[in-house]
Design a protein. Structure first.
Length: 106
């Protein structure tokens, strides 16, 4: 009975691990699609670079995808330098607001 319980627990743990991997893969795919769609909107949407940067920031920061892997996932639409530039554009609004208010107060 103990070995059967151990197998059931091991199987449940494996299934949970698979679910986590699938969740991460789906989220990664959604972020890449969001970035590529935003890049396709350049010239039509003034916020396109910011939206792409937000997706790339989440891809590298939240999902912990390496720069090299993120560039590969974007299929040549961005290189490493452009990736870094777009990611820098996506800094949180609160940081921009506090920086602007610091400059106004001086």
């Amino acid at each position: 009975m103990t070995s059967q319980l151990g197998r059931v627990r091991a199987r449940a743990k494996e299934e949970e691990h698979r679910r986590q991997l699938l969740r991460r893969a789906r989220l990664t795919e959604m972020l890449v699609i969001k970035a590529l769609n935003a890049l396709a909107q350049r010239g039509r949407d003034p916020r396109a670079d910011v939206v792409a940067g937000e997706a790339l920031r989440d891809l590298s920061g939240v999902e912990d995808v390496s720069l090299k892997e993120a560039v590969r996932l974007c299929r040549g639409e961005v290189d490493a330098a452009e990736f870094k530039r777009l990611r820098a554009l996506a800094c949180p609004q609160s940081a921009l607001t506090s920086t602007e208010s610091d400059h106004k107060g001086r």
